[in-house]
Design a protein around this ligand. Sequence first.
Ligand SMILES: *[C@@H]1O[C@H](CO)[C@@H](O)[C@H](O)[C@H]1NC(C)=O
Ligand SMILES: *[C@@H]1O[C@H](CO)[C@@H](O)[C@H](O)[C@H]1NC(C)=O
Length: 384
Amino acid sequence: MASIAMAARALILAVAVAGNLLERPSSPFHDVSATWQETLDAALARTGPLSAGDVERYFVDGFLKVEGVLDGAMLAELRGDVDAKQTEFARSLLAEGRLNGTIDAWAAIPWDEKLLRMQDAQLGVPADADGKLAIHPAWNLRGKMPSHDETEVPWHQDNSYWEPRLWSQQIFTAWVPLVDATPANGCMEYIRGSHKKGQTVTHTCCLGNTWYTETSLADVAAQLGLPDAADRATLVPARAGDVIFFGPTMVHRSIKNSGSTIRWSADLRWHQVGGPGAPPPPERAGGDELDFFYGLKNSLVIAEPGATVAPGSPAMDAWASIDRSEVQEAGLNTKAAAIDLDPIVTGPWMDIWNITHRNRHVDRYVASLPAAVRAAVDGARTDL
Ligand SMILES: *[C@@H]1O[C@H](CO)[C@@H](O)[C@H](O)[C@H]1NC(C)=O
Ligand SMILES: *[C@@H]1O[C@H](CO)[C@@H](O)[C@H](O)[C@H]1NC(C)=O
């Protein structure tokens, strides 16, 4: 697995010219155009807990805030236990005959699976014929610290973190604030309608003191045909218990936390099984249709048609116990084995985009590159 990743990296690495410290060839994948966002009629034909207006907003704006999905008190426990409100929601859906199973079965489902189930088939995620739904290994619990560069996430599309082969897929995100998220403590901001074209715009790496990919509003405007991109920027404050849903071509960021407390949130992703770009090329170990993350950690099927998610299943426990950050660093050979709480983050997305800025995260990544590439990068201008 690691050696294949290294071979792929050797192919796409090219060396610096003015403007970039480490230049990638222009990506042929910029031709990739997702079309999942064009299926509004099909989504409206489905039934589920969302109103038609909600479903339409998701397809038109590219994001949807659903209020009161999770309960604030429960979130305070998530921290201990985030289960109560969703169980309540499940109870009312059961009462309305919109949900299979029993309230006891729903109560027993862990909070993160419950959320995935509530999203239901309604927004069109499990578009494959067999209706299977898988949870993606890139999920995060984020503590956004006050005035902290490294937790201020710049404008980007989530696709910039995935392999280009998967850029037509609707790898779908639920963003879950565990405390009220406001403009003051760093809520989310979206470029309304930026998902519509289905394109992944040019990103660079890595902003400021971070490991994040970044795009610019100028590139968003030019490449997505949105001259008014800046005017479309929409802050979306959300209360603990709300959930914001959006897809991988949605341009968004998480603004600075100017408050004094930590803004905790979680983000979870899921997707259909198979579909455009899956499975990966056969030379990649296994060629598994659940390989949605560079061959490093597979997704896990959590729902099949008519099947209730098995609560506390051994498969989920085993999957969750694989540390995604560790496997991504092992894949790049950037793991600092001696450091327990290593603050440096590197990831395979650093192979995709032009490196335009160096910092300690990028330095660790560059140190993992083949010697010839590394020497050229180390000799390149650093005053860009
Ligand atoms: C990297 O930068 C060069 C020069 O600016 C550009 O031609 C190329 O398209 C960029 N590659 C990517 C993947 O953005
Ligand atoms: C509910 O159960 C029925 C009968 O087993 C099945 O046909 C249907 O697909 C199930 N619906 C969901 C949402 O699981």
